[in-house]
Design a protein around this ligand. Structure first.
Ligand code: ATP
Length: 513
């Protein structure tokens, strides 16, 4: 099974096992809004814990924050979101569907890139080139589709830089891009559309204050910069980290939890001395990509992507992209935001947001280096990376397909499943005792239904790294069989050493230390 074919399977798997449900499904759902089910919530929490540990616990100079979703409306004026948090949209006149013009163009370019890679791989097989060899790379760079991708990319970047929306439409026409639904080329003009959700504070219409649901968590950090700096007595460089909900009225909300209207971000703003931003940019780029790899995302599915066009406040920006089954897409942004945000808030609030440097005895507005990763996108990346279908021997001597989620054990929703071989003769009681022994440290599940083989399959499918079976011999020798998810190896161990066996692969120390 090819990786690019697994996406529909992941969506149905996520629903079938209780990872993700469509929001308000009994009312036919709400577009691009999802709920995390009983397993999803565990996986999501484990990702959050891994992030929090790596960012806050492992850095003496980074502290956490949990700011409110609702903020004073001027925050969004100062941040630029009221005036400039827009997407360029284009309507198709025939299908009446609305698309993001930049996404249509980027998808078009990505198609040439994918074709170029396919051509290169085909040629490499014929010629016997190794992937990554000099010949391979040369062909990858110079084949017909690679050249087309480069030319299209150059035109796209030029159009973006003019800030003239008609240029984006012209390119859509020039490239012959069709509506993915209807195949029509009948495009209207490109228009800007603000992505913030509006709401109101207050009871009566005339006194109500118009508010926005925050479209990012970062501004909560900026407006608390001084509160945190003063009360924690931090010196530069120091960081503030936050995990929380963000809301965007996305028009092209598709690809499951990749692009949602309500989602969660894990952001860290690192306040630094002006002039040191490039050094920290490199540090955080490397640290963050290492984090993704350590948690098990395949190295060859991660890449950096330099922004074609820098936002007006940024002096460097790169994305960490992950190869989802539908292509390489942004997972995390690393942005050098200069002093833009704090300066803006100083101006709009009339409050000083500076740092007094005791060494130079000067006050100045710090620069900011931001790392911003989508929690839901990280979740989807892990589901995509971990989902595998394998041919394995079955109990009858034949072969069968097992679906296995090869999640990092620390991310797996359940760490251990405990099975009594049969539902009688005291085996259930022993199983319960084992559970009681482990449940304070690990999320553990008791499972007594169906054959042990079926129970293994069920736990493979949800990524449980260890299954422990209690059988008749246990009553005599106090040993149980422990079966490991990926290798499917089974070993018999004394109940007393179970915790030690399990803890081997469940160590944060080994992961982040
Ligand atoms: P995109 O270009 O894909 O819209 P962005 O550049 O607007 O993303 P940022 O504003 O940099 O995204 O947000 C930081 C992170 O938040 C992104 O890297 C992504 O992981 C996540 N994110 C942004 N928008 C969404 C969304 N609608 N649904 C889920 N995650 C999102």
């Amino acid at each position: 099974m090819n990786y690019d074919e697994i996406f529909p399977k992941i969506i149905s798997h996520a629903k079938e096992y209780g990872f993700i449900f469509q929001s308000s499904e009994i009312y036919d759902g709400l577009g691009a809004v999802y709920d995390y089910g009983q397993l999803g919530v565990e996986l999501k929490r484990n990702i959050m814990t891994a992030w929090w540990k790596a960012m806050v616990q492992m850095h003496e100079n980074i502290v956490g924050l949990d700011s409110a979703i609702l903020m004073h409306p001027t925050v969004w004026k100062a941040s630029g979101h009221v005036d400039a948090f827009n997407d360029p949209l284009i309507d198709n006149k025939d299908s009446k569907k609305r698309y993001r013009a930049d996404v249509l163009l980027e998808d078009h370019i990505a198609k040439f890139e994918a074709k170029s890679l396919k051509d290169t791989q085909k040629r490499a097989r014929k010629e016997g080139w190794e992937a990554g060899s000099e010949e391979f790379e040369k062909y990858l760079k110079n084949n017909r589709n690679a050249v087309k991708a480069r030319e299209a990319q150059a035109k796209y970047e030029e159009a973006l830089n003019t800030e003239d929306l008609t240029k984006l439409r012209d390119l859509i026409i020039e490239f012959g891009i069709v509506d993915p639904v209807s195949g029509s080329k009948n495009w209207a003009d490109v228009r800007q559309f603000n992505l913030m959700f509006k709401t109101q504070l207050g009871a009566t219409a005339d006194t109500a204050l118009d508010l926005y649901l925050r479209p990012e968590t970062a501004q909560g950090i900026f407006v608390n910069y001084l509160n945190v700096q003063k009360t924690s007595r931090m010196k530069l460089p120091f960081g503030i980290a936050q995990i929380g909900k963000a809301f965007r009225n996305e028009i092209v909300a598709r690809q499951f939890i990749f692009r949602m209207r309500e989602f969660e971000q894990m952001e860290m703003q690192y306040f630094i001395k002006p002039g040191t931003q490039m050094e920290w940019f490199e540090y955080w780029k490397n640290y963050r990509v290492k984090w993704h790899k350590t948690l098990g995302l395949s190295e060859d599915r991660l890449q950096f992507h330099v922004h074609e066009k820098l936002a007006h406040y940024a002096d460097a920006a790169e994305d960490i992209q992950f190869q989802f089954p539908f292509g390489f897409k942004e997972l995390e942004g690393i942005h050098s935001r200069t002093d833009f945000d704090l300066n803006q808030h100083q101006e709009y609030s009339n409050k000083k947001l500076q740092f007094f440097d005791p060494e130079t005895r000067e006050s100045y507005v710090p620069y900011v280096l931001e790392t911003s990763v989508g929690l839901d996108r990280t979740f989807l990346a892990h589901m995509s990376n971990a989902y595998q279908e394998e041919e394995v021997p079955n109990a009858k001597g034949g072969m069968e397909t097992r679906v296995v989620l090869k999640l990092h054990p620390l991310l797996a929703p359940y760490k251990v499943a405990v099975f009594p071989l049969v539902k009688k003769d005291g085996l259930q009681e022993i199983s319960r005792q084992i559970i009681d022994e482990l449940k304070l440290d690990y999320s553990v599940m008791y499972d007594e239904k169906d054959s042990v083989g079926r129970r293994y399959r069920r736990h493979d499918a949800i990524g449980t790294p260890y299954c422990v079976t209690v059988d008749y011999e246990t009553k005599d020798d106090n040993c149980v069989t422990i079966r490991e998810r990926d290798s499917m190896e089974q070993v018999r161990v004394p109940i007393s050493s179970l915790r030690e066996q399990i803890s081997k692969r469940l160590s944060w120390r080994e992961l982040l230390g």
